[in-house]
Design a protein around this ligand. Structure first.
Ligand code: NAD
Length: 261
């Protein structure tokens, strides 16, 4: 636990399930004030709010599509109206779909780039602008993926978006370091969330993924939430522009294990 996170205002996109939910709940345990963005009106965010409040944090939620500029502006205004400021912006919302690249439509390409890259840019820009106007030495965390460096056939739009997020993070980190705004990137490997539901329900497909992980197991959302809490806390106060690979060693060329190669 990080005492300095208490009462910090944290905005998290895509916070009703998966990694966003785990981070929202972790910041609830830190007794932060959490603003959840959710995309789909199915009520899932209400459970997350209850968990945060039960842990001693505060929470509020607003629906929105991160690829729409007006929705992103509304999200940030909602955070300020509800809890008075913005200290930490976590750009988590993301989508993927498998398509061989020669069949990938412009529409599919554009949708993934719009949500995964443009959405993270819009919320970063809005948060930075707010922090600059109010002299806040804030914190931005983007959720990239090991596919910001591991090529991924059939997911070219996803890999391109995540590569873009990594370079966007590094560029913004450099640009705003003099203002004390820290901007970092978390790149998870394979984590047990709904995005992987279908794949991990198939034992063969799941084992194929595990074979790519030197630590030998699929990561848990709480392990990624722990990285976000550390990056948001003062314990990482000299860290900016980092891409933190939380991947059980997936980016370390597992094919070379045990003297192979
Ligand atoms: P998930 O599918 O469980 O959750 C994604 C969330 O994003 C959902 O809450 C969804 O409603 C939201 N979302 C989708 N489109 C949106 C939009 N237009 N506007 C606002 N919200 C939207 O997936 P997850 O595993 O929790 O993924 C979270 C992030 O982590 C994504 O950026 C993903 O690319 C990244 N990631 C996940 C893994 C993994 O193995 N789970 C690995 C690497 C990176």
């Amino acid at each position: 636990m990080y005492e300095d996170l208490e009462k910090k205002v944290v905005v998290i996109t895509g916070a009703a399930k998966g990694l966003g939910k785990a981070m929202a709940e972790r910041f609830g345990k830190e007794k932060a004030h959490v603003v959840l963005n959710y995309h789909t009106e199915n009520g899932d965010h209400k459970e997350v709010i209850k968990t945060i409040e039960a842990a001693g944090g505060k929470a509020a939620a607003i629906q929105g599509d991160v690829s729409k500029e007006a929705d992103v502006k509304k999200l940030l205004s909602f955070a300020v109206d509800t809890f008075g400021t913005i200290d930490i912006m976590i750009n988590n919302a993301g989508i993927e779909n498998e398509v061989p690249s020669e069949k990938l439509t412009l529409e599919d390409w554009q949708k993934v780039i719009d949500v995964n890259l443009t959405g993270m840019f819009l919320a970063s820009r809005e948060a930075i602008s707010y922090m600059l106007d109010h002299g806040i030495k804030g914190n931005i965390i983007n959720m990239s993926s090991v596919h910001d460096r591991i090529p991924w056939p059939h997911f070219v739009h996803y890999a391109a978006s995540k590569g873009g997020v990594k370079m966007m993070t590094e560029t913004l980190a450099l640009e705003y370091a003099p203002k004390g705004i820290r901007i970092n990137n978390i790149s998870p490997g394979a984590i047990d969330t709904p995005i992987n539901g279908e794949k991990f329900n198939d034992p063969k497909a799941k084992q194929e993924v595990i074979n790519l992980i030197p630590m030998g197991y699929i990561g848990k959302p709480e392990q990624i939430a722990a990285c976000a809490a550390w990056l948001a806390s003062a314990e990482s106060s000299y860290v900016t522009g980092l891409t933190l690979y939380a991947d059980g060693g997936m980016t370390k060329y597992p094919g070379f294990q045990a003297g192979k190669g």
